[in-house]
Write a protein that binds this ligand. Structure first.
Ligand SMILES: CC(C)(COP(=O)(O)OP(=O)(O)OC[C@H]1O[C@@H](n2cnc3c(N)ncnc32)[C@H](O)[C@@H]1OP(=O)(O)O)[C@@H](O)C(=O)NCCC(=O)NCCS
Length: 140
């Protein structure tokens, strides 16, 4: 298994993967043009895990100049519990740290127990003092 930076040429494969792993988190922000823009803005930071030429894991990593953010941390079901996710997360955090950003946030659905266990085991601290408020220019 290797971990390498994600490129826009990976788009079809990763989008197909996300249909399996992260479907409810997908939005307009995951269209090809938006992912291309994201990868350009955060060059070299997002990663894929590849086994036998197949992408089996992804992580989108970036920052806004102040805080790091990780999205679409995902591993195909048949490849889970082999620490592929942990290796991807580690690389993402290293890339964010290399940009001089110390703190990284992730969003995790309240009923995603696996996600919460995963991030807690990595050392992320669950916040009980913060709500996420979102504003959408196009309405709900
Ligand atoms: C979350 C996810 C990326 C984890 O990927 P993974 O490669 O299986 O994770 P790892 O093998 O690196 O696990 C690292 C640690 O996380 C914890 N963990 C991972 N999956 C777990 C599970 N199902 N139950 C309990 N703990 C779990 C464990 O502490 C594990 O270490 P251990 O196996 O030595 O006990 C994967 O389950 C996934 O793609 N889920 C669907 C998408 C998702 O929910 N992403 C997170 C969004 S917030």
């Amino acid at each position: 298994m290797i971990i390498r930076p994600m490129t826009i040429d990976d788009y079809d494969e990763i989008f197909a993967m996300w249909q399996i792993t992260t479907k409810r988190a997908l939005s307009k922000a995951d269209e090809r043009s938006q992912i291309e823009r994201y990868l350009k803005r955060n060059e070299g930071m997002s990663q894929v895990a590849v086994t036998d030429g197949k992408i089996v894991g992804t992580v989108l990593a970036g920052h806004d100049g102040r805080r790091g953010f990780i999205h679409h941390m995902a591993v195909l079901p048949e490849y889970r519990r082999r620490h592929i996710g942990r290796k991807l997360a580690k690389k993402a955090i290293e890339c964010i740290a290399a940009e001089g950003i110390d703190k990284t946030h992730i969003f995790c659905y309240q009923n995603n127990e696996t996600g919460q266990n995963f991030w807690s085991s990595f050392g992320f601290k669950k916040r009980d003092d913060v709500f996420v408020f979102s504003f959408n220019n196009e309405g709900e």
